[in-house]
Ligand binder design. Structure first.
Ligand code: ADP
Ligand code: MG
Length: 575
């Protein structure tokens, strides 16, 4: 929490205002019972109407002052807290944006969402409380005691008895309540996780008739959260009336013993009334402190969770002095690269060396899980190598800024992602200032024009969230157009033709050939028909290169390649 508070710097003025206003509010508030005692003990006793009116008017003025202070202070503290929430969300979002895939794997999406939304809201709510109560509660408590003693000292023993009882109750509550508050956020995380998995996987859930099972899973998480909240509420339900009871009993005791002293003639009625009011103010301020004690630990949990995100050391950071490649060439070179996913016992890539040059088509082929996508992730620096180095334009990718590196690359990921927006906007994602001609051209090369123009609004046709209103093959073609529009020096296609029919695939690759003729092209493919005319085919097997060469060379030298070919082509085609 303390670490987060530094973000409040720009609200220093507001906070100072809140403190001053609340200070004034409490002081004025504490003065009211004394004035009332004067009215009763002096004005009423002497039947002095003028005095009563004078003091009464003064009291009205003070009450108006109290109200004004309270309103402005609440406004300022709310503004500060909401601003604080906004800053926190900004910081988290910015940090998460710079996460490498590694850190995403570590946290998971569900908890990152809860941390950005619910946890920040917790902190925001508590900051309002802290801002107002931290001043009001202790000040009222101390001031109340002083003012009460000024009225009468002999009734003070009632407070001396009541306050320890109050502290006992507070202690018991905190002991029972704190653990419950701490697990609350985790339970929200869990609910979020189940919900997200269900919403994104709704097709699978339905197809496998898992609706009932998933409902139970959601129910469990939901009930868990409810039970926790109920337990918290039970504690609160006992605490609040309990506190009220103690307050009322205190009043009864004060009236009882005060009345005895009034009978003796050692105390005046006004003093007693004032004393009772002060006692209520004191107990009320203690109640506020309890609220703080309950709310702050819950916010503390949220603060720790937010700090975990903000303070994680990023794996992949830009070098202090980034090297700039001498000339924009577009070469990609792997030098004895090995890579292991965190937590995996087998390296995903072992000793990979090859180079790809402009004007060449390099194809990577291999079974699923052989490490093809992993290899690509190292070029775009989504992960860092364990040993060896990946060079782009002759410079190690770790010595370049990520922005420069990625600006060189037109990347089509294996798992196509489109954003909600129009088709044109999705293609423009690759180049912000693209003209309509550029968009049309990219779509033309990607063989997307035909189906786009068949749509009602053509390029202005909206894509739904997650791109669910276009087919897999259409998505792939839009994603290819998005990469092509960048006019990069390096193009990477990670299994980007898998959802295309044979004819479209052939047409696309023919169009591509002239479009990216002088760029470095790396294509990952499953089928031999896609790769056989490549300048260089890399055969990956279990994270290792089992052969590099042209189709003909590999047929003669590489057993794994022959097996792949044999499994896909008929004898006739082989010959
Ligand atoms: P391919 O693209 O050739 O099908 P991948 O490169 O995606 O294969 O995966 C290679 C290996 O790395 C697989 O064994 C897979 O289980 C593992 N792997 C892939 N991604 C991750 C990840 N994020 N964390 C841990 N292991 C992974
Ligand atoms: Mg893959």
């Amino acid at each position: 929490m303390v670490k987060l508070i530094r973000f409040l710097k720009q609200y220093t003025g507001h906070i100072a205002g809140v403190i001053i206003l609340l200070f004034m509010q409490v002081l004025l508030d504490l003065y009211l019972p004394t004035l009332m005692a004067d009215i009763v003990d002096i004005g009423l006793v002497n039947e002095d109407i003028n005095y009563i009116l004078k003091i009464g008017g003064f009291m009205l003025l003070i009450a108006a002052g109290v109200t004004l202070c309270a309103i402005v202070a609440t406004y300022l503290s709310s503004k500060t807290a909401v601003g604080f929430g906004k800053i926190l969300r900004e910081k988290i979002f910015a940090k998460v944006e710079s996460f490498s895939l590694h850190e995403f794997d570590k946290f998971g999406t569900a908890t990152l969402i809860t941390r950005t939304t619910n946890d920040v809201t917790q902190i925001q709510q508590v900051s309002v409380l802290i801002l107002s109560m931290m001043i009001v509660a202790p000040l009222t408590c101390i001031g109340g005691v002083i003012m009460a003693l000024r009225q009468d000292t002999s009734l003070a023993w009632v407070l001396v008895v009541v306050i320890p009882i109050l502290f006992c109750i507070i202690g018991v509550t905190l002991k029972r309540g704190l653990p419950l508050f701490k697990v609350m956020q985790e339970k929200i995380d869990k609910l979020n996780l189940v919900l997200r998995e269900n919403l994104t996987g709704i097709r699978v859930v339905r197809a496998f008739n898992r609706i009932e099972k998933e409902r139970v899973r959601f129910d469990d998480a939901n009930r868990d959260l409810m039970n926790n909240a109920i337990q918290i509420n039970i504690i609160m339900a006992v605490l609040m009336p309990g506190m009220m009871l103690i307050m009322n009993l205190t009043t009864v005791a004060l009236i009882w013993f005060g009345a005895l002293r009034i009978e003796d003639g050692t105390m005046q009625i006004g003093s007693l009334l004032a004393f009772i009011q002060y006692a209520t103010q004191i107990l009320f301020s203690l109640l506020m402190l309890v609220m703080l004690f309950i709310m702050v630990p819950r916010a503390q949990v949220s603060a720790v969770r937010i700090n975990e995100v903000l303070e994680i050391d990023l794996d992949i950071i830009d070098p202090e002095k980034s090297k700039i490649a001498d000339s924009e060439k577009g070469t990609v070179e792997f030098k004895e690269v090995s890579f292991c996913y965190p937590g995996a016992d087998q390296p995903a890539l072992k000793n990979i060396s090859f180079s790809a040059k402009p004007g060449e088509l390099t194809a990577i082929i291999g079974g699923t899980g052989s490490g093809k996508s992993t290899l690509i992730n190292l070029i775009t620096r989504f992960y860092d190598v364990e040993s060896g180095s990946v060079l782009v334009d002759g410079v190690d990718v770790r010595e370049m800024s990520q922005k420069t590196l990625r600006a060189k690359i037109g990347y089509v990921p294996q798992k196509t992602v489109l954003f909600s927006g129009t088709i044109a906007e999705n293609i423009k994602y690759g180049k912000e200032d693209a003209t309509l001609e550029e968009i049309m051209h990219a779509a033309q090369v990607a063989q997307a024009t035909e189906f786009v123009l068949e749509m009602e609004a053509g390029f202005e046709h909206p894509i739904t969230q997650g791109g669910t209103n276009v087919s897999g093959g259409q998505k792939q073609r839009l994603s290819i157009a998005r990469a092509l529009i960048r006019k990069s020096k390096i193009y990477i296609f990670d299994d980007s033709f898998s959802a295309l029919d044979f004819k479209t695939d052939a047409k696309l690759r023919a169009a591509l050939k002239s479009e990216v003729a002088d760029a470095t092209v790396i294509i990952i493919a499953q089928s031999v028909s896609t790769v056989w005319d490549a300048d260089r085919i890399i055969v990956l097997d279990d994270g290792q290169i089992s052969g590099i060469g042209t189709h003909q060379e590999l047929l003669n030298t590489c057993k794994v390649y022959r097996e792949i070919v044999a499994s896909q082509l008929s004898e006739e085609e082989l010959a």
